[in-house]
Design a protein around this ligand. Structure first.
Ligand SMILES: [Zn+2]
Length: 150
């Protein structure tokens, strides 16, 4: 844990505003630490610029409120939504994660067709089990996740 903290990974403006408990269990915390160690810290080192975490761990209640899917890895502390300075940079950051090769899923969220712009990157890591190395995109205006290769 060099560039990220547990508190920023469990922080949620929505949870604060709606007074929802969003504390991590030991297992969630272990998963977050693994996500940082395997993905976020190494990518941040290479990227060399700030990376903002817009959503990390979500309790079941918080996940419901923000409209997350019921099986979301955010519920286990296995995923983070991150972004860089703008949509182009954010897509570049997603490509860097893919290039570095250490991830479970990388999703270009609200992206354009060729994934050169994205609103945010969803990235996950499984501390236990097999990391699938899947790349997906969700086109702006669509509700369907598509597996892609870049
Ligand atoms: Zn996400």
């Amino acid at each position: 844990m060099k560039h990220f903290t547990i508190s920023e990974l469990i922080h949620s403006d929505t949870a604060v505003k709606r007074r929802i408990w969003n504390g991590a269990t030991r297992e969630v915390e272990d998963n977050l630490i693994a996500l940082v160690g395997a993905v976020l810290d190494p990518v941040r080192e290479r990227w060399g610029k700030p990376i903002a975490v817009t959503s990390g761990y979500r309790s079941a209640e918080l996940n419901r409120i923000v409209g997350g899917v019921a099986t979301s890895q955010h519920l286990k502390g296995e995923a983070a939504d991150i972004c860089a300075a703008n949509p182009k940079e954010t897509a570049r950051l997603g490509r860097l994660i893919v290039q570095m090769g250490s991830y479970d899923q990388v999703i270009f969220e609200y992206s354009n067709a060729d994934c050169t712009e994205a609103e945010w990157i969803h990235v996950s890591w499984k501390r236990v089990g097999t990391n699938r190395r899947q790349i997906l995109r969700l086109l702006k205006g669509s509700k369907r996740y598509e597996q892609i290769s870049i």
